[in-house]
Design a protein around this ligand. Structure first.
Ligand code: SAM
Length: 249
């Protein structure tokens, strides 16, 4: 039966393409890609010849019928994004839901994903975490986001781009304080991979001093607060209380 495969591709290092991803992409009748020009290089590298159509945030709904018709005709299709796992801060949610609702099977083909890749090497607690995707583009929105997370006990993870990394870290410090432990994971699986953890104050000093550290793709990991310790509220909890009290009108 025809299925929709959701196929992860590398986030930088081509060695992370899985044999199963290659096999599936070589076998399908059509590949829906976020940016066909971008993905054609990956396809050439792995000798994948299936035709591609674009599927991005602006045409995902329009593409639905084309893809459902193909599946109905018995052709399997693969969905990929520019990098990593589709649907994770990438298009595909509307498609996957529609395909499932139409009664077709959706088969995941797992592989690289920046949030998981960053977290497993960052030394922050991994038992519970919140993935927030990209931060709002504007300062006001970012600060509101951080304010809502002041008392979060779980690790909080964001995606960020080179353009906003300094501004986002500065806003984070304004709201969460310079003592909060954060990890900046940059250019994962690539030549200049850096995973650097310290207090927010120190991280900002470090990244401001070294221009090279401001380049590339970033995952930001913020350690949650420990609100309860064995003997009552933790020192962090009291600090959080201070911050929250300040916010009150
Ligand atoms: N679907 C992708 C995934 O599975 O991680 C994420 C796509 S999202 C449009 C791109 C963002 O993911 C980048 O701005 C960055 O925050 C993060 N990212 C992707 N690749 C990365 C890498 N190699 N190192 C660090 N962050 C990366």
């Amino acid at each position: 039966d025809a299925v929709l495969f959701v196929v992860a591709t590398p986030i930088g290092n081509l060695g992370d393409m899985t044999p199963r991803a290659v096999e599936v992409l070589q076998s399908v009748a059509l590949i829906a890609a976020e940016d066909t020009r971008h993905s054609s290089r990956l396809m050439a590298h792995f000798n994948i010849k299936a035709p591609m159509i674009s599927l991005h945030d602006h045409n995902e709904r329009q593409r639905l019928q084309t893809i459902l018709d193909k599946l109905a005709a018995g052709d399997s299709i693969a969905l990929i994004s520019d990098a990593g796992t589709p649907l994770i801060s990438d298009p595909g949610f509307i498609l996957v839901r529609a395909v499932r609702e139409a009664g077709f099977k959706v088969v995941p083909v797992p592989g690289a994903c920046a949030v998981i890749t960053a977290m497993c090497a960052s030394g922050v607690p991994t038992d519970k975490f919140v993935f927030e995707g990209f931060l709002p583009a504007k300062r006001v929105g970012r600060k509101q986001k951080f304010e809502a997370l002041i008392a979060e006990e779980r690790t909080v993870i964001f995606y960020e781009s080179t353009h906003r990394i300094l501004d986002s870290l500065a806003d984070m410090r304004d709201v969460l304080g310079e003592d909060r432990y954060v990890v900046v994971a940059r250019e994962l699986t690539k030549t200049f991979e850096t995973i650097h953890g310290d207090t927010l104050g120190n991280v900002i000093e470090w990244i401001t001093a070294d221009h090279n550290q401001q380049k590339g793709e970033f995952v930001l990991l913020v350690q949650g607060v420990e609100l309860e310790s064995s003997d009552g509220p933790s020192p962090e909890a009291l600090k959080v209380l201070d911050v929250l009290l300040e916010e009150l009108p």
